[in-house]
Ligand binder design. Structure first.
Ligand code: GTP
Length: 374
């Protein structure tokens, strides 16, 4: 890869320009964290810093990412998708100012993020001179994808701005479906490099340091293919230079009041998604949790992920649900066992779901005394 690995100069002399950046985007559960793990385990001597932005109060992704020294930088769970964002700018500065040289930066957005404002954060602030936006990589779930995905503007933008599109989870669908999706993706994002993957396994030279990002597309006269759809997405570097949190109209959402300060949850409500987070210091009773999954969890839950602890098992269980499919993989605990679970979907009744999950928690041993349990 064309990235130098020269001896580390003293911190003040580290050239701060030109850190290559790849943005990983893609809808909920498409395989972004899986891709990040693939990158981190195959980075081949490069020092890759990672910024992860999650939707939900609990950061599950940090539990799911492979550990590579101190390469991981977690970004707050605040939304980085809605406007030029100081949190993101500050996090990138922290990466640039590290004493040990970082060769590459990968930013994973939430599954509900529009990647364009994230890109504009790199192009429209002082970061423009310190970083080099290499490409936007969009991960698509071949099993759950549809072009009108939940009427989510973010989901559509993810496709529209992908320089590389990984058509992932191709193991879960027939070849005819893969071909149909390839055709549709090609139509909606002419010129993108589309790569079929299973478990986001892609040769890294195809996605990193590829120089596919064309900033001209973002700051010059509107490209034909995007004209109708993204009319508002251009010539916003003036706004960006202000580094403020006032939402401009770069985020693709349907804002009517452009002057107001805009909290991140507003637009997520527009797309109708909310997240419900649950934690407990006591394990679940496995049959109760099974009952929750089978009979109580609303169909509107599209994505769930968690680290689960069951009374009946000494293992740590990693739980994923995407669409209708769920998996439960077991591992050894590294820290003290506990339950951490995030559910994301449209129109969820947060209080009800929390109460249902609370009812899955196994009674403390003292409560079962005298009831016939050993
Ligand atoms: N069968 C199959 N499962 C996959 C594939 N890629 C990822 N998965 C699984 O899909 C689930 C979601 O993957 P993640 O990488 O966590 O997805 P994500 O895009 O980071 O999810 P969010 O951060 O919630 O948006 C996990 O259980 C993965 O193991 C694939 O190609 N095939």
């Amino acid at each position: 890869m064309p990235i130098s690995s020269t001896a580390v100069p003293p911190v003040m002399n580290v050239p701060k320009h030109g850190l290559p950046v790849t943005i990983i985007t893609g809808f909920l559960g498409s395989g972004k964290t899986t891709l990040l793990n693939h990158i981190l385990t195959n980075q081949d001597g490069l020092k890759t810093a990672v910024l992860v932005n999650e939707f939900g109060e609990i950061g599950i992704d940090q539990e799911l990412l492979v550990k590579t020294d101190d390469d991981m930088v977690e970004l707050n769970n605040g939304c980085i998708c809605c406007t030029i964002n100081n949190d993101l700018v500050n996090a990138v500065y922290r990466v640039l100012e590290r004493p040990d040289k970082v060769d590459y930066l990968v930013v994973e957005t939430t599954g509900l993020a529009d990647p364009l404002p994230v890109a504009l954060t790199f192009l429209g602030t002082d970061l423009r001179d310190l970083t080099r936006l290499d490409s936007i990589v969009t991960v698509v779930d071949a099993e759950n994808f549809s072009l009108d995905l939940f009427n989510s503007t973010a989901a559509q933008s993810q496709i529209a701005y992908g320089d590389v599109i990984l058509l992932n989870k191709t193991d879960l669908v027939p070849e005819t479906r893969v071909q149909e999706l390839e055709k549709r993706l090609q139509e909606s994002r002419a010129g993108a490099r589309i790569i079929r993957t299973v478990k986001s396994q892609v040769p890294l030279p195809l996605i990193l340091s590829v120089g596919l990002f064309e900033s001209d597309r973002y700051f010059s006269p509107e490209p034909e293919s995007q004209k109708a759809e993204h009319h508002d997405h251009h010539d916003h570097h003036d706004h960006a230079d202000h580094h403020d949190h006032v939402c401009d109209d770069t985020c693709g959402h349907d804002h009517h009041d452009h002057g107001h300060h805009h909290h991140h949850s507003d637009h997520l409500e527009m797309d109708g998604f909310i997240s419900v987070s649950f934690q407990s210091e006591r394990p679940f009773a496995i049959r109760k949790f099974q009952n929750f999954l089978d009979n109580q969890m609303p169909d509107a839950v599209f994505r769930a992920k968690g680290i689960l602890w069951f009374e009946e098992s000494p293992r740590r269980h990693v739980f994923h649900l995407s669409g209708k499919r769920f998996t439960l993989d077991d591992q050894d605990w590294t820290g003290a066992p506990k339950n951490q679970l995030v559910l994301i979907g449209q129109g969820l009744d947060e209080a009800k779901i929390k109460a249902q999950l609370q009812a899955c928690v196994a009674p403390t041993p003292s409560m079962t005394k005298g009831k016939g349990f050993a």
